[in-house]
Design a protein around this ligand. Structure first.
Ligand SMILES: NC(=O)c1ccc[n+]([C@@H]2O[C@H](COP(=O)([O-])OP(=O)(O)OC[C@H]3O[C@@H](n4cnc5c(N)ncnc54)[C@H](O)[C@@H]3O)[C@@H](O)[C@H]2O)c1
Length: 336
């Protein structure tokens, strides 16, 4: 096989972005099938991927026999019902984060993958493919600045829709830091605590944010995360790493700077789609390359399970649970 034929399930914001990416920038793959219940979004996705066909369900797309791999970009609660038939058919799949909203569902997905007999599933934690995150991980692993002591993270969105709930602060947003802190430190997260900061009056009604999240790793690192979804001015994801002999910072706003009318200006991102555009491209290209040779090349279903457990603990902490300890099921040999 030298061209991977992909079915995209869910063609909303992220799915449509992936359809365009695969069609215009990714080498060795094309979108052949779209599964999307919204007629307008389905038509738009078909139009941007010439030759692709609409299917009412993933089961029908698989039965058509034209699909080599699947990319899932439905909301998280619909990941499991799509993943199970895909894994049962033995098809490789890239599933957008989170793997599943609950750890019980994640365990069912792990079982389905083990039944398939080989690693087929990669989870879309795309920060692992961001150049600066990769550089920081190398610096930490090298020990060149001494031992890593702490991580200070900030994750800021300009605004969110009224449908965004308090639990989504953890499950949709801090979920990225939960994965990437473990990726950077190479150590599982063992406890989580959440503090509410002074409420931003510009947040949607009922949303209590920004929040401060404290993550503790087994290796003794403390990572604090300012999670802020109503900051208005732009989209920022920054991390400062504190070492024994200095600091490193990633995610600083960069690009052309202007000095006009007494003001220094550099354009800030307004969305993850531009801030992480290169990371999404790298993630999908490496997934396609690996899939063509029967492998995965990125976060596994096991990584997705660990994040699901930590997010559950995070929601408990958010809802007044204090410092919540995190315990994981034993890792099956299949994922060692
Ligand atoms: N990696 C990232 O940075 C990132 C960023 C945004 C979203 N996401 C993830 O991508 C996924 C989609 O998020 P979004 O913002 O695009 O949501 P969205 O609501 O814009 O789009 C989801 C689409 O899925 C469709 N859908 C719902 N149920 C379906 C089903 N059973 N079968 C097929 N299609 C179905 C909806 O009609 C909708 O068009 C989520 O898992 C989200 O967490 C990841």
């Amino acid at each position: 096989m030298n061209e991977l034929r992909i079915a995209v399930v869910g063609a909303g914001l992220m799915g449509a972005d992936h359809v365009t990416r695969i069609t215009t920038r990714i080498v060795g793959a094309s979108v052949v099938a779209i599964v999307e219940p919204d007629a307008g979004r389905a038509a738009a996705a078909i139009a941007s991927a010439p030759g692709s066909v609409h299917f009412a369900s993933i089961e029908e797309a698989i039965a058509a026999g034209i699909v080599d791999a699947v990319l899932i970009a439905t909301p998280g609660q619909f990941h499991e019902p799509v993943l199970l038939p895909v894994l049962a058919a033995g098809l490789p799949v890239l599933c957008e984060k989170p793997l599943t909203p609950s750890s019980a569902a994640a365990l069912r997905v792990l079982e389905a993958e083990q039944k398939a007999g080989k690693k087929l599933l990669q989870v879309g934690f795309m920060r692992r493919f961001d150049r600066e995150y990769m550089q920081l991980r190398s610096l930490i692993a090298s020990g060149d600045a001494g031992e890593l002591l702490a991580l200070r993270c900030a994750h800021r969105n300009p605004s969110v829709p009224a449908s965004y709930t308090n639990d989504m602060l953890i499950n949709d947003s801090v979920v990225h830091e939960i994965d990437v802190v473990r990726y950077l430190t190479d150590s599982p997260i063992t406890a989580i605590e959440v503090k509410h900061q002074k409420r931003n009056s510009l947040s949607p009604a009922g949303l209590k944010e920004p929040i401060l999240v404290l993550l503790e790793t087994e290796s003794g690192i403390l990572a604090d995360v300012e999670m802020n979804v109503s900051i208005q001015f732009g989209y920022q994801v920054r991390t400062e790493a504190v070492f024994e002999r200095g600091l490193a910072e990633i995610g600083r706003t960069s690009g052309m700077t202007t000095w006009t009318d007494g003001v220094i200006g550099t354009a800030e991102h307004m969305s993850f789609t531009t801030r992480f555009a290169d990371a999404y491209d790298t993630q999908i290209q490496r997934w396609v390359n690996a899939t063509l040779v029967g492998e995965i090349d990125g976060p596994s279903a096991w990584d997705g399970y660990l994040v699901a457990v930590a997010c559950e603990a995070g929601v408990t902490a958010l809802n007044g649970g204090g410092r919540v300890k995190i315990e994981y099921a034993p890792r099956p040999a299949f994922y060692s």
